[in-house]
Design a protein around this ligand. Structure first.
Ligand code: HEC
Length: 168
């Protein structure tokens, strides 16, 4: 073999090793972006600003002091959500994704504020549906993504209250 061949041989082995090592490093963060809010009228636009004052944005969430959630890990929870849940439940929790369109029953709209028991659902999944158990996540990931799911539910409830208050 010439020196040049040797070089490519070693390079190939090196790349192989890096690829193997990568498979042991867990998942890449999925690309994530703040969903675009489209207001249907001026009232919604005003209320949406009010919502963001209390609850931040989807990608940089926060909660008001009246919330039962402690907000310290929600941004991390969002990152775990982006990797594990977003493709079914959507960037804004409303489950309007290409994956969701293929599922029967469809993923729950977490933004509607009508969720049964996030803890049980995450731990055991929902039998006979695409909702699997996430008990295999690390404790940190599990706790943070659970709180982020609860955040989506709480944010959805707050949005309902804000937009129903002076309807009609
Ligand atoms: C492969 C698609 C898929 C993924 C990924 C997924 N879900 Fe689900 N999820 C579903 C489906 C489908 C349902 C609704 C099942 C039903 O109708 O009973 C559901 C239901 C739920 C519910 C229950 C709502 C209720 O009614 O109580 C919660 C909470 C939830 N998912 C949270 C999550 C979280 C958090 C993640 C990520 C850690 C996640 N899901 C990942 C498909 C998915």
């Amino acid at each position: 073999m010439s020196g040049r061949d040797n070089f490519f041989f070693v390079l190939a082995i090196l790349l192989g090793c890096i690829a193997l090592w990568r498979t042991t490093q867990g998942q890449f963060a999925a690309p994530d972006a703040e969903p675009v809010f489209v207001a249907t009228n001026d009232f919604e636009l005003t209320q949406h600003s009010a919502l963001e004052v209390s609850y931040g944005t989807f990608t940089e969430p926060s909660v008001p002091s009246t919330s039962v959630l402690s907000n310290s890990n929600l941004i991390r929870g969002r990152q775990v959500y982006a990797v594990n849940c977003l493709h079914c439940h959507g960037s804004d929790g409303q489950a309007q994704t290409p994956t969701a369109a293929l599922l029967n029953p469809p993923p729950t709209n977490l933004f509607m504020g009508t969720v049964r028991d996030v803890e049980t659902v995450l731990r055991y999944g929902i039998p006979s549906t695409a909702m699997s158990s996430f008990a295999a996540l690390s404790d940190d990931d599990y706790n943070d993504v659970r709180d982020y799911a609860l955040y989506l539910v709480e944010r959805g409830t707050a949005w309902k209250v804000l937009t129903e208050s002076s309807d009609e």
